[in-house]
Design a binder for this molecule. Structure first.
Ligand SMILES: NC(=O)c1ccc[n+]([C@@H]2O[C@H](COP(=O)([O-])OP(=O)(O)OC[C@H]3O[C@@H](n4cnc5c(N)ncnc54)[C@H](OP(=O)(O)O)[C@@H]3O)[C@@H](O)[C@H]2O)c1
Length: 331
């Protein structure tokens, strides 16, 4: 099969190479899945450079999210050959086939395509857990979502709207306003403008945002436009810097600053995971959330580098998806 193979730390995604390697042999708890679509992530760039927290032994195939068709399944498993599944693994998704533990897969809801399901596994539960488990978003709350057109941001906009909140989408480029509005944002602002916190105060008629969902690293500034009893959810640091917050600013408005680390629920609070997925599948069935896929979808593993370049240039919205070309005759 074709797969991206990394044999040493690379300067960047441009140095990634597609190789012909054997189809992986699944272990007794694993599905073999023919990958129809993969979700690209910024951390893929860090991983191939050796700068990510996970440093796989060489050689490895990067890529963490996929959707595809089950080729083989262990006995007594939830899936059978031909089922449509999506899932995640730390590595292995930029390939035509992946062997992955059954427990890391879900059935694709009938309403979703492979491309839509490819980027579902990380973004939606992160945003649901952040907004519901951590920030307790309620109907009528003002929710300010930073990087609102990005992977977790667009999911947060949809989920907050489905919960009955009023959503302010904050992005770094006005060209992204339309996509945010199409996903349900009530107001859009550009956080590259110096007066964006004033705009939040105007939009909320002087109250401020009840909840700030922050995958960027804008907590300090957001405290200027947060409401009394406001909640800040620290999701990530897309801007690169990890902020240090003056604690008096948290005290002044009775603010709660909370984090969400969805990937760590598996080892710390696994019992909360099913409730998150059940809620998300229900929202998907009701048509109240639907993954947004960046246009164009990239075709072929040799285009993964272009997909990752588009992410690092901040050009994209929603999930960036790559479809590996298939070689079914090789199995
Ligand atoms: N805590 C968790 O469990 C969890 C789970 C998933 C992801 N995350 C984190 O959440 C963050 C966003 O992930 P994502 O999947 O939504 O990424 P994404 O789709 O690549 O979106 C990131 C967005 O951040 C914005 N941004 C602001 N400043 C930026 C800068 N200096 N450089 C690049 N982008 C910048 C960009 O939007 P604008 O152009 O509109 O500013 C960009 O589109 C990442 O830091 C990721 O690690 C955390």
């Amino acid at each position: 099969m074709h797969a991206i193979v990394v044999k040493n730390w690379l300067k960047g995604p441009n140095d990634m190479e597609v190789k012909d390697i054997p189809v992986p042999t699944p272990k007794s708890n694993e599905l073999l899945v023919k990958v129809e679509a993969t979700g690209a992530n910024f951390f893929d760039i860090l991983m191939v450079q050796g700068k990510y927290q996970i440093k796989p032994p060489f050689p490895f195939t990067p890529g963490a999210e996929f959707a595809g068709t089950v080729v083989s399944a262990p006995a007594n498993c939830r899936f059978k050959t031909g089922d449509r599944v999506f899932g995640s693994n730390p590595t292995g998704a930029y390939a035509e086939y992946i062997a992955v533990p059954e427990i890391q897969c879900f059935a694709i809801p009938s309403t979703l395509s492979f491309e839509e399901a490819a980027g579902l596994y990380i973004t939606y539960p992160t945003s649901y857990a952040g907004l519901v488990l951590r920030a307790d978003v309620k109907k009528g709350d003002w929710v300010l979502v930073h990087a609102a057109a990005g992977g977790v941001g667009i999911a947060a906009v949809q989920i907050a709207k489905a919960l009955g909140a009023n959503v302010i989408a904050a992005v770094g480029n006005e060209g992204k306003f339309d996509i945010c509005k199409a996903q349900g944002a009530d107001h859009c602002i550009n956080y590259r403008e110096p007066d964006w916190t004033d705009k939040v105060m105007q939009i909320t008629a002087g109250k401020g945002a009840d909840v700030v969902y922050d995958p960027v690293g804008l907590v300090e500034k957001s405290l200027k436009c947060i409401a009394w009893n406001g909640r800040v959810v620290v999701v990530g640091f897309a801007a690169g810097a990890i902020e240090k917050i003056a604690a008096n600013r948290i005290l002044l408005k009775n603010v709660a600053v909370t984090g969400v680390h969805w990937g760590a629920y598996t080892r710390n609070e696994a019992e909360r995971i099913p409730e998150v997925w059940e809620a998300l599948f229900k929202l998907a069935e009701e048509g109240r959330i639907k993954p947004v896929v960046w246009d164009p979808v990239f075709e072929g593993l040799d285009k993964v580098k272009d997909a990752l370049k588009a992410i690092s240039n901040r050009e994209t919205y929603g999930k960036v998806v790559v479809k590996p070309t298939s070689t079914p005759a090789r199995l």
